[in-house]
Design a protein around this ligand. Structure first.
Ligand code: MLT
Length: 264
C-alpha cells in the first residue's frame, strides 16, 4: 500500500507490501524507493517490506538542508508511525548503506540484520566535498538531471539495456532540485563508518557489483572483511545498482540471507 506518513520532521512517502518480519529498504542518491519495488514485490509473500522515499526524493517532502543523521532518524520516525516496534532488517544501497550505518549507530536495538549494498564506509575527501558542493549548485541551477547526466555512464554494468538506462535516468532526473542538492551536501559531510564495522553484531550481507565504478568491489570487500561473520556476494557483469540490474538474482540472494536469520 502506498501512503504519506507525517513524522515530526517531514511528510514522507512510503510503500508497504507484504506480511512477516519487517525489512526496511533505503535507496541511493538521487533516486527513490522505486529502485527497490521489484525486490519488495519478490519478498512480499513472507516479509513486511517498508520502502520509503527519503526526504527530498521521490514524493517525500523536501527540506533545504539535511544530514545523514537526520535521514537515519527519519527512518526511525517512519517505523514508529507504522507502529513497527520489532527489530528490522535494514537494507541500504550506496547512500542508503551510509544511512544504514548511521541507523545502526543511533538505533541499534531496532536492527535485526543489515544488508549493505554497493556502499562505502569512508568519510568524504576534501576534493569530494568540493565536488559535492558543485553538484549541489548544479542541481539548484539546472535541476537534478545535471548531476544524473554525470553519474549515468558509471551507474550500470555493460549488459544493462539502453532503454532501461534511459528510463532510470529520467526517473532520477525528476528528483526535486533542492532535495538532490541537500543530499549531495549531506554525503559530503558524512562521517566515516570503518570504526563501526567491528561493532556490527547483527547478521550482515555485503553486496558488490564487479563493474561498479562508484563503489568498487575492493571497497565492499573491505567492509565485508571488517564485519565479523558477514556474508559477501559479488554480482557478475553488474554495476552500482544490483537490485535494478539483476532484480531476480538480487531478490534470491537477499531472500536466502533473510530466510537464514535466527527466528526466520
Ligand atoms: C548513491 O548511489 O547513493 C551515490 O552514488 C552515492 C555517492 O555518490 O557516493
Amino acid at each position: 500500500m502506498d501512503r504519506f506518513i507525517d513524522t515530526a520532521a517531514a511528510r514522507l512517502f512510503c510503500r508497504v507490501v507484504g506480511e512477516g518480519q519487517p525489512v526496511l529498504f533505503i535507496h541511493g542518491f538521487p533516486i527513490s524507493g522505486d529502485m527497490w519495488y521489484a525486490t519488495a514485490d519478490a519478498l512480499a509473500d513472507r516479509y513486511r517490506c517498508i520502502v520509503p522515499d527519503l526526504r527530498g526524493h521521490g514524493r517525500s517532502e523536501v527540506s533545504d538542508r539535511i544530514s545523514i543523521t537526520e535521514f537515519a532518524d527519519d527512518m526511525a520516525a517512519l517505523l514508529d508511525a507504522l507502529d513497527e516496534k520489532r527489530p528490522v532488517a535494514v537494507v541500504g544501497l550506496s547512500m542508503g548503506g551510509i544511512i544504514a550505518f548511521e541507523f545502526f549507530r543511533r538505533h541499534r536495538p531496532r536492527v535485526r540484520a543489515l544488508g549493505l549494498v554497493n556502499t562505502r564506509a569512508d568519510a568524504e575527501s576534501p576534493e569530494g566535498v568540493e565536488r559535492r558542493q558543485k553538484m549541489a549548485q548544479a542541481a539548484i541551477r539546472q535541476g537534478a538531471g545535471a548531476i544524473v547526466e554525470l553519474m549515468i555512464p558509471n551507474l550500470f554494468g555493460p549488459p544493462f539495456p539502453r532503454d532501461q538506462r534511459d528510463a532510470w535516468q529520467a526517473k532520477m532526473s525528476a528528483t526535486p532540485p533542492a532535495g538532490a542538492a541537500a543530499a549531495a551536501l549531506a554525503l559530503g559531510a558524512r562521517r566515516e563508518s570503518y570504526s563501526t564495522l567491528p561493532q556490527i553484531d547483527v547478521p550482515t550481507l555485503v553486496v558488490a557489483g564487479d563493474h561498479d565504478k562508484i563503489t568498487p568491489v575492493a571497497t565492499l570487500r573491505e567492509i565485508h572483511d571488517g564485519i565479523p561473520g558477514s556474508r559477501f556476494e559479488i554480482f557478475k557483469d553488474c554495476g552500482h545498482v544490483p537490485p535494478v540490474e539483476f532484480p531476480e538474482q538480487f531478490s534470491r540472494v537477499l531472500a536466502d540471507f533473510l530466510d537464514s536469520l535466527p527466528g526466520a
